[in-house]
Write a protein that binds this ligand. Sequence first.
Ligand SMILES: Cc1cc2nc3c(=O)[nH]c(=O)nc-3n(C[C@H](O)[C@H](O)[C@H](O)COP(=O)(O)OP(=O)(O)OC[C@H]3O[C@@H](n4cnc5c(N)ncnc54)[C@H](O)[C@@H]3O)c2cc1C
Length: 320
Amino acid sequence: MSVLIFIDINDEGSVKKTSFEVLTYGAKLARQLGVPAEGVVLAPVKEDLPALGKYGVQKIYQVQHEALAHFDAQVYTSAIAQVAEKTGATVLVFSNNTDGKALAPRLSARLKAGLVSGAVALPDTGDAFTVKKSVFSGKAFADIKITTPIKIITLNPNSFSIEVGEGTAETASVEVTLDAPKVKILNVNRQSSEVPLAEAELVVSGGRGMKGPENWGILEDLAKALNAALACSRPVADAHWRPHNEHVGQTGGAIAPNLYLAVGISGAIQHLAGVNRSKVIVVVNKDPEAPFFKAADYGIVGDLFEVVPKLTEAVKQLKG
Ligand SMILES: Cc1cc2nc3c(=O)[nH]c(=O)nc-3n(C[C@H](O)[C@H](O)[C@H](O)COP(=O)(O)OP(=O)(O)OC[C@H]3O[C@@H](n4cnc5c(N)ncnc54)[C@H](O)[C@@H]3O)c2cc1C
């Protein structure tokens, strides 16, 4: 019996920030259950894996196979299922990010395991195994009981604080049998964004109030001053003012940064669905009745073309 934590690696071979969250979460859950906390790494990684022990994990399994060179949900599912079976894992933990969302349901079917996606807290493991998750785009919580012997949880990014302690993880290789991927990546066009949106702590986002793509310079300046990523509302991406990878909301990316600064965005429910898990929301809008103010922690009623450059100046002065 153990808790197996999927350690997600980015294209540069570094551990993703969301992995530190799931490592902390999985290690705490393992302590709660009185079983070992173990990690699994599939992608080529250039980081010091034993050092991840400081997040509470005791052992890390590494699988090296040519079929794992690029993320492929089917191949990765097969590899994780084999590691789980060989190591006797009873709880599998993933981040509820793009990779976790692709892997967890497949593993749920394969291992006949109950799955709760979008967990926001450690399970209650008293009489049963009950996981709290966020539902209705973050408007409510549901407590879900998992009754199967093997359980899978995906943790919402930014909903659990990373804790760093002391310790070194043991590493071990695991042999698996994998088929070649059924799809072949022909080329990758990487979006050049200085701070990746999905992992950004701070996000500056623009809506139709920006009037046109030619005005984005003021948002780029603010984002640069804050070291924030850029995002936008859907009509902005649909009008090709900004690339689609910046579109957040129900039909775009769902993010949960520490700060979401919404500029010239009305705050339609479909937009809020992707950003309402942000820790602090600041809204700049000239219309005091804009719905976004109801979801905001701080609001500035004013013309964004006057407010944003002043904010940028203030940030620059504050940072010296
Ligand atoms: C099925 C479905 C899915 C959808 N999915 C998404 C989604 O994923 N993401 C998303 O964003 N939308 C989505 N939408 C669209 C959503 O309903 C809204 O239409 C959209 O979010 C509005 O974008 P906006 O706030 O940028 O523009 P608008 O609604 O036009 O708002 C512009 C805002 O800018 C303010 N403004 C204007 N000028 C200034 C100024 N000078 N200074 C300050 N403020 C100013 C205005 O007061 C206004 O509040 C979806 C819609 C549907 C039906």
